[in-house]
Design a binder for this molecule. Structure first.
Ligand code: SF4
Ligand code: SF4
Length: 439
């Protein structure tokens, strides 16, 4: 009965932050870092160090076969090369560094001076050497140079000055605090890609501030506050004028999407100032009146980042890394945090009232879906194992934006069902999505 009553409760509005600290706080170096080497859909690094070796902050500890580098984000000793569960629930090889002090490498030791933006090859090499994967050469997996040459040239660059998750403020704060450097980065991107259209997305309420600074450098796209109007694939679709299927990389369509933080990292890389070793992340959620944004050494644990702000994981039922709509719930606060943008803490009891409650066919999920999937149909089919039958309803169009699950009164795991379905279609034995379902 309690469960049925829950069906009629008013659904909460989408999570957002009402107030935030405008200062980006620096997190101290932790006593150890765990640097994952494999990011699905991104480059895979091979370790260039061994257990027991002394490393210095800024030293290359992993390299991809294309020359993309990852770094020791603290000085110390390589304790072990092991495996770890990443914040996206992927099991990855990882390098563990214990902090027992030592001097960081200087910029002069790492880089051979600045690189001019009009020397494309040198820029790409530098970005790889600095840990900033150049988006115009990199399309979401470990391409070889030959394969990259076969890709269409970049016609559209979209710089996100606002994140789609409304609780993530990293891009906004960095944009406001480093406007001149972002402008400099935009100029360099235009120099590198003279034939591409460059857009910069911004929050609507920054219009009068942003227009004079950026309007000569990029086409400005002002987005409203609501999550559904900010979903990245939808924004990109609108700008480039055609839909990019959810399972295809932007790069294979001649599109590069880059966050403001990466624009700043690009400028630092080209100027030979520092490699990309520190990341910004916004902490928000239950009981946090003012969202906090911090800058931390990559590979710090969730526990270390929270403790640095006086937050204790035991006060929360679940930390979600990435954001409340598309993030991943964490089951350990020892998870290393690297390329993530948000930590959303939940204190309320979020235990579902039923393992998988029955669908009441209210249709809310379908009404809210930005890509018009018949969600109420698809998720029932998946639930009853009819994966092949979903084909005509195109579950592969799903962005995993979470809107359907958010509005579902039965709190059904709709996104998980769709994710499972798409995984089965591309990898499962029952249906091979990639070859058109040939038996
Ligand atoms: S997560 Fe739900 S609402 Fe979002 S695209 Fe997928 S089916 Fe549609
Ligand atoms: S899955 Fe969709 S149709 Fe079924 S109860 Fe949830 S919102 Fe309503």
């Amino acid at each position: 009965m309690q469960g049925l009553l829950k069906l009629f409760k008013k659904k909460p509005i989408l999570p957002s932050v009402s107030d935030h600290d405008p200062v980006i706080r620096q997190v101290e170096d932790p006593d150890h870092v765990v640097i994952p080497l494999d990011y699905p859909g991104r480059v895979r690094y091979l370790p260039t160090v061994e257990a027991g070796e002394k490393v210095r902050k800024g030293q290359v500890i992993g390299k991809s076969r294309l020359g993309n580098c990852t770094f020791a984000t603290i000085s110390g000793t390589v304790k072990e090369i092991t495996t770890t569960w990443t914040s996206q629930s992927v099991h990855s090889p990882a390098i563990v560094i214990e902090n027992n002090g030592g001097q960081a490498m200087s910029a002069e030791e790492i880089f051979d001076g600045p690189v001019r933006a009009d020397n494309k090859e040198a820029v790409i090499a530098r970005m790889r050497a600095a840990g900033v994967n150049p988006p115009w050469t990199f399309s979401g997996r470990d391409y070889t140079d030959g394969e990259i040459e076969d890709l269409p040239s970049i016609q559209s660059v979209i710089i996100t000055g606002i994140r789609q998750e409304t609780t993530v403020l990293t891009s906004l704060l960095l944009l406001q605090q480093h406007a001149d450097k972002v402008a400099d980065g935009l100029k360099r991107i235009s120099t590198l890609l003279p034939d591409a259209r460059v857009w910069l997305t911004l929050p609507e309420d920054l219009r009068s501030w942003a227009d004079p600074i950026f309007s000569q450098l990029a086409e400005l796209v002002y987005l409203p506050k609501n999550y559904s109007a900010r979903i990245e694939r939808e924004v990109v679709t609108r700008l480039v004028g055609h839909r990019i299927p959810s399972r295809e990389s932007y790069r294979s369509h001649g599109i590069a999407v880059m966050d403001v933080e990466y624009v700043l990292a690009t400028v630092d890389a080209l100027d030979g100032v520092s490699p990309f070793m520190q990341k910004c992340i916004t902490i928000s959620g239950s009981g946090i009146d003012k969202a906090i944004t911090v800058r931390f050494p990559m590979g710090s644990s969730l526990r270390h980042i929270l403790a640095s702000q006086g937050l204790n994981i035991s006060d929360y039922t679940r930390p979600v890394v990435g954001g409340p709509m598309m993030g991943f719930a964490q089951y350990s606060d020892l998870t290393p945090i690297t390329y993530n943008n948000g930590i959303f803490l939940i204190a309320e009891d979020i235990t579902p009232f039923d393992a998988i409650a029955p669908c009441i066919f209210c249709g809310r999920c379908t009404r809210v879906c930005p890509v018009n999937i018949q969600v109420h149909m698809v998720n029932r089919m998946i639930e009853f194992g009819k994966i092949d039958a979903t084909k005509g309803l195109h579950p592969e169009a799903c962005h995993e934006c979470g809107l359907c699950a958010h509005v579902c009164p039965a709190e059904r795991p709709i996104v998980q069902l769709l994710h499972f379905c798409n995984h089965e279609m591309s990898h499962g034995e029952r249906f091979n999505w990639t070859d058109g379902g040939k038996p």
